[in-house]
Design a protein around this ligand. Structure first.
Ligand SMILES: [Fe+2]
Length: 271
């Protein structure tokens, strides 16, 4: 099974760039081209928040037009730049677990349960899983002991060393960890928010941050530096699950977006 993750699209109204430097619409269009031509085709694309930038209805309308060429089913959760009501209205086909409030959902992909958690706090930038989401996650993971689960949420439940981002990460990570430890079937906790490829562990699972198709948050470990962005090579994550013994094996690949030389065979016919 292949789950592609794209994150932090930050779509603006048509014709506008983000942060005075970034054409996020063009970046998403290139990302979708890359996803459509990837073989074998991913089974699902997860969009892990910050679909738009302000948020405005115009931006969601623009986003929907930009997503139209994507030939793979997608599931989305909000980030701190999103608005739940605007997102529900813009993406009526999403199967959210609750009719109001947080935009949580679970998707069966072959042997996997792909669990999407809404970590947003309306009106604030940091993340927090509210009581309804924690209860729902506990019940969702409790529904099976045999299937591996992959969790997606916008806000990382761990610090990265980038101070201004760590201040607005998931503030109740301990509540999430307690539920994961109780059920023992999460194999991946995949976040966005930081626009960088990052790897650690969390509550016994691999934990990643997905890079963005547009700009990166500058890798500054000096907390005195102002928040800054850099135009680094764009990428998305491809989470591949292989059915080994037990819960199988999850391997995350970072896939650069763009046209590169090759592939060339390593060896010609003469060896
Ligand atoms: Fe974010």
């Amino acid at each position: 099974m292949l789950i592609a993750q794209i994150s932090d699209l930050h779509i603006k109204p048509p014709g506008m760039v983000a942060y005075q430097h970034v054409d996020t619409a063009a970046a998403l269009a290139r990302c979708i081209e890359e996803l459509n031509r990837f073989a074998p085709r991913p089974d699902l694309v997860v969009i892990s928040g910050d679909l738009v930038d302000t948020p405005l209805k115009d931006e969601y309308d623009h986003l929907i037009r930009l997503l139209a060429p994507l030939e793979i089913a997608y599931a989305a959760i909000p980030g701190n730049h999103d608005d739940r009501a605007l997102m529900r209205a813009a993406l009526p086909g999403q199967r959210y677990a609750q009719p109001t409030g947080p935009l949580n959902s679970v998707h069966t992909v072959g042997n996997l349960d792909v669990v999407l958690l809404d970590s947003t706090v309306p009106g604030d930038d940091h993340g927090e899983l509210d009581a309804a989401t924690l209860t729902w996650l506990d019940a969702t993971l409790g529904a099976s002991a045999a299937r591996p689960a992959l969790l997606f949420l916008h806000h990382p439940p761990f610090a990265t060393g980038i101070g201004h981002m760590d201040e607005i990460n998931l503030h109740n990570a301990n509540d999430l960890a307690a539920i994961l430890r109780q059920h023992q079937r999460a194999r991946l906790v995949a976040a966005g928010h930081v626009h960088r490829a990052t790897l650690t562990t969390f509550a016994g699972a691999a934990a990643t941050i997905c890079p963005a198709p547009n700009h990166a948050v500058a890798l500054d470990f000096d907390a005195r530096l102002p928040a800054a962005l850099k135009i680094e090579p764009p990428a998305f994550h491809l989470h591949a699950w292989f059915p080994d013994d037990g819960f199988g094996r999850i391997v995350t690949h970072s896939v650069p977006i763009g046209d590169f030389e090759g592939p060339y065979p390593f060896f010609d016919g003469d060896g």
